[in-house]
Design a protein around this ligand. Structure first.
Ligand code: ZN
Length: 81
């Protein structure tokens, strides 16, 4: 059996800050949780803008769904009142 070692680990650069990271890193390909969140925030805002607050459209969608669900439940209950 060939030796399984760390010989094939390729270091990559963190897309956010450029620090070298390896696949062994828990936050790969980012160097830290912070950099991962920053990068995700950039994509979520659509145009790699940093200066604006991050709005998550999916989260808003989810909240909307929960709200209409609750409304429907209210209606079902009201029929027998
Ligand atoms: Zn980084």
């Amino acid at each position: 059996m060939p030796k399984a070692g760390a010989s094939k680990i390729k270091p990559l650069r963190c897309p956010t800050c450029g620090t070298l990271v390896t696949v062994a890193d828990p936050e790969f390909p980012f160097c830290s949780d912070r950099c991962r969140v920053i990068d995700l925030g950039k994509w979520a805002s659509g145009a790699y803008r940093i200066s604006s607050p991050v709005h998550d459209p999916e989260l808003l969608d989810e909240l909307d769904g929960l709200r209409s669900e609750a409304k429907q439940r209210d209606r079902d209950r009201g029929e027998n009142g």
